[in-house]
Design a protein around this ligand. Structure first.
Ligand code: GCU
Length: 624
């Protein structure tokens, strides 16, 4: 969702706080000829859908993307979106043809599927036909798990939606444009990086383009459940004896007074509520004797929701996460988060991770490492990751890609950020494993950034008061062996994430032993630290790029970390080597950031076993 020039006025006109989700989106988009999104469906992976995954025809629309953008930058609805075919005889018409074009697999990035597109960051058009039998009294949405970066969607030549953001889902209503029999969908995906994008142009990960996650058609009754929140009520103090489950169910386009029921048979719980004029039905019910979700017992309950003709069942865990001084409390008990960072890249196969197999391999590594926590860097990953976290008992840090330099001085960029934040929170609000929302990573400490991110942190709290808000802070510049984090952004955070690369980018590995950190009186997660090593490259501990030196740096890190009184979590950078366009030392990096504990093809480096041992002995940090 992005704004062509000339949309600033509408932002100044409305204060973000009082514009309802749909109204805000519509306002933002219709000013620029964008097709507004009606809603974002929650729990789609628990609905019966018609998958459109598979082979899609594709055409490359190289810069400046003349098939997509008109000369004045508008979206061209009369180009490839029409899906016409060239006349073989008769007068000249079109010079494109999806029906004879090669195909790409969806979900999947185009970069690792077509060698010529490996470094391509531009517009690719996707097309596929599908058969349909629309049923009376129902509505149908095209659900896209993610498309990097900007996408425009047409069904049967009608544009149904536009979206900006490469890592969050969106839904486009097709009820009015699809028909019985053969239909077709055309999606233009533009992976071009934008200075006013989120992330912006400079990133240290591979900008995989395409329809990178599941695409499906979701049919629901005319009035249906598009959003819900079912959580353990987070009272002033954790009080399991008087536990309650509360939340809301939103029924889109339901007449006020529509009855909604929430049932959790295994816990013997059932209640109902009525929708208000906004379609919201709030509820709460006493819930004694629940088995609370935790890494040791990742208990999930079947939660049945129904409203009118619509029914949906989700698997939800109930837990309480809060901060108490410098401690993080899970279900009232102090907890230490021992984990790793992870980019959404498929082990061994490479490319964007999107499948059950990718996710189970990744979580297999985390379990093998005795991790109870993972930071999904630097953007929302496939929803399968959160489902795996729920199932396997791995707590999750989820982040929106405000990575380093973002246009923090632009209201339209803030509006994009809010939309992305809402999509992230809306998709995963019922995932017990998600305990932290992160609003950014390593952003420059200046007033417009701090205002922007503080507002965003408060928006996250407004959207979800049941989770902790964090961000990964960079710096401070060492003053001798003193490291004082006095970043004003910390005031807006519940948990401070701290990135540092002592022994790799700065100072010596041994210096870490002497470093003294000072932080605000809040829980701290050392959210990044590490060193690079090429798997199988061996040498002395002072020989960079060797497995021995990586372990040496990390051993000194563990000494330093053990001296930080409020350290409540660690996530070394990073679980696996990952592709990055900025890593170009031949034979050592070859386009990969080599700070992984595991190589990109799944080979465990010595450093993996260092953490496996430390985590099995809970030797890193203390919960209090
Ligand atoms: C930064 C950044 C990461 C990057 C890492 C590195 O801290 O947050 O995205 O990959 O450092 O330089 O390896």
């Amino acid at each position: 969702m992005y704004l062509f020039p000339g949309c600033i006025p509408c932002l100044q006109m409305c204060s973000l706080k009082n514009v309802a989700w749909a109204g805000f989106l519509t306002l933002m988009m219709c000013a620029s000829g964008q097709k507004p999104l009606q809603t974002l469906l929650v729990g789609v992976d628990h609905r019966t859908v018609m998958s459109l995954n598979g082979e899609w025809h594709y055409l490359v629309d190289q810069s400046p993307g003349r098939a997509l953008y008109t000369a004045n930058g508008e979206i061209n609805d009369k180009g490839y979106a029409m899906n016409e075919h060239p006349n073989i005889v008769g007068k000249h018409n079109q010079e494109y043809d999806f029906s004879t074009a090669p195909t790409l697999k969806v979900p999947g990035d185009w970069n690792t599927q077509v060698p010529q597109l490996f470094n391509y960051e531009g517009v690719v058009w996707y097309e596929r036909d599908f058969e349909a039998q629309p049923k009376a009294g129902t509505r149908t949405f095209l659900h896209i798990g993610a498309a990097n970066y900007r996408s425009h969607v047409w069904v049967n030549q009608k544009r149904v939606c536009d979206h900006e953001g490469g890592y969050t889902p969106f839904d486009c209503e097709v009820t009015a444009v699809w028909h019985s029999g053969s239909n077709f969908v055309v999606i233009a995906v533009d992976a071009t990086r934008l200075a006013d994008g989120i992330p912006s142009v400079g990133i240290d990960w591979f900008n995989y383009g395409g329809l990178t996650r599941d695409v499906s058609l979701v049919t629901v009754p005319e009035a249906f459940i598009d959003d819900y929140d079912v959580h353990l009520t987070d009272g002033v103090k954790f009080d399991p004896e008087n536990a309650e489950i509360s939340g809301y169910v939103h029924v889109l386009d339901a007449p006020a007074g529509t009855v909604v029921t929430i049932e959790i048979p295994e816990a013997g719980l059932k209640t109902s509520g009525k929708t208000d004029s906004e379609g919201n039905a709030t509820f709460s019910m006493k819930a004694q004797g629940l088995t609370l979700w935790s890494p040791d017992s990742p208990k999930l309950y079947k939660v049945h929701l129904s409203a009118g003709a619509d029914k949906l069942t989700d698997d939800i865990g109930f837990r309480d996460i809060r901060v108490d001084g410098t401690r993080i409390l899970l279900n009232g008990k102090p907890v230490f988060l021992q984990g790793a960072n992870m980019h959404a890249e498929a082990p061994v196969r490479g490319g964007r991770a999107y499948s059950d197999e990718d996710v189970s391999t990744i979580f297999g590594y985390l379990k093998d490492m005795h991790a109870n926590f993972v930071r999904l860097a630097h953007y929302p990953h496939d929803e399968r990751m959160e489902r795996a976290g729920d199932r396997d008992g791995i707590m999750i840090w989820s982040e929106i890609p405000n990575w380093q330099h973002i246009s923090f001085d632009k209201p339209e960029v803030y509006a994009k950020d809010v939309a992305m934040l809402r999509e992230m929170i809306r998709r995963d609000r019922n995932k017990a494993s998600v305990i932290l929302w992160s609003v950014s990573n390593e952003t420059p400490n200046n007033p417009s950034r701090t205002k922007f991110l503080t507002d965003l942190a408060n928006e996250a709290r407004r959207l979800d008061s049941t989770r902790l808000i964090t961000s990964a802070i960079i710096g401070p510049k060492p003053n001798g062996m003193e490291m004082v984090n006095d970043d004003p952004l910390c005031d807006a955070l519940d948990v401070i994430g701290q990135n540092e690369y002592i022994g790799w980018y700065e100072m010596t590995p041994e210096d870490a032993d002497k470093i003294h950190w000072t932080f605000p009186q809040k829980p701290v997660v050392m959210s990044e630290f590490g060193a690079e090593a090429k798997f199988g490259n061996h040498g002395a501990v002072n020989q960079r790029w060797t497995e021995e030196q990586q372990v040496y740096v990390l051993q000194h890190q563990l000494v330093m970390l053990s001296k930080i009184p409020q350290l409540r979590g660690v996530t070394p950078w990073i679980l696996m080597d990952f592709r990055s366009p900025t890593r170009n030392i031949p034979r050592l990096q070859d386009g990969y950031n080599r700070k992984g504990l595991i190589s990109e093809d799944g080979k465990k480096k010595q450093a993996f076993f260092l953490f496996q041992k430390a985590y099995s002995e809970h030797a890193v940090g203390k919960a209090e």
